[in-house]
Design a protein around this ligand. Sequence first.
Ligand SMILES: [Mn+2]
Length: 390
Amino acid sequence: MKIAHFADTHLGFKRFTKHTRTGINQREADVGAASRRTVNAIVEAKPDLVIHAGDIFHSPRPNPNAIIHAVKDFTILSTLGVPILAIGGNHDQPRTAETGSILPLLADIPNVHMAIWESVELRLEELELTALLYPHASLASGSPIQLEQSSRFQILIAHGDVAGLYGHQEAGGAQMADEKLTYGWDYVALGHYHTCREVAPNAWYSGSTEFVSPNPWGEILDEIEIGTWQGCKWWLEVNIGDGRPCASIIPRPIKLSRQHIDLQPIDANGIGPSRLMDRLREHVGGLPDGPSSIEGQVVRQIVRNVSRETIAGLDHERIRQWKAKALNFNLDLRKPEKREVVARSAGPSKTVNQTVIEYLEGLPPIDGIENSELVDLANRKFEEIAAEEE
Ligand SMILES: [Mn+2]
């Protein structure tokens, strides 16, 4: 049996200020195009079953363009005439049922089966398969990950975070215990983590279909570190049964609409404005097609230890030209200081909580209050917040 697994399409995601000729945010258009490319590739692959593992939309209240796009994507999938299983993610699910959800609109499309507020056990006789559709809301409410009845094949579709996977990406959402994921399932289709990733031989994240997080650089860094970066995103072709002892997973590439170019960071310590401009010109000019390589691309250049005087003396006209040429040129100028802003650091990212604790620990005693008391107070507050979020 052939299964097509994709996730985290985040339709409606917007970023940067440039728009298409028809007035759509350019990144929103890219994200829609990536979802459509994936859907078309899946239709071409003729699977017996299609899975979307959550976060169809970037927000619980998507704009009309995103809604129309999603209806069309699922209608295209529907022409396959095979079951399409989808679940709510942490992005497209409102916090309360009272808010209402857009997802039932997609659930009404023929062949689509969707779990939004609670898990659904679905028996598909023609495939001899039982699926547990486990949306993010089920994880948050602690609903059990188990089937009432078994069949020849058992699959789990879940949206959440498996502990320990997040490297340079921001974690968020509820966590799943990984022993639940690997036991007894023929395949576990995961959504939430935006990088294609094996959790166990039978449990995979397909990753998002485009860069749809605030930190695409972290996603790329994660992939470089685990050795999977190939300049694209992925959907998964999964084959189970037919005498196989275990699921066989074939990642299928999804072409990106544009490149994300992270130029080598520069340390500007002891360098004046004209030397720094030389280095910047070298970096932009040293790309495969010279400076025109940045045209329409997303570019970042980190410069560390750059003083206010050096910034004032830069060739701002040239920098403006680069900014005009790229879809986004982020010249990330960081002043010399001991503590870097953690969220923008290229190194392993700390959580906000850790940063606050470290800051408090470094404070001198104020008005006789020891900083250990402040640290305790902050830790208690974080625990309260975490308890509320669960
Ligand atoms: Mn997501």
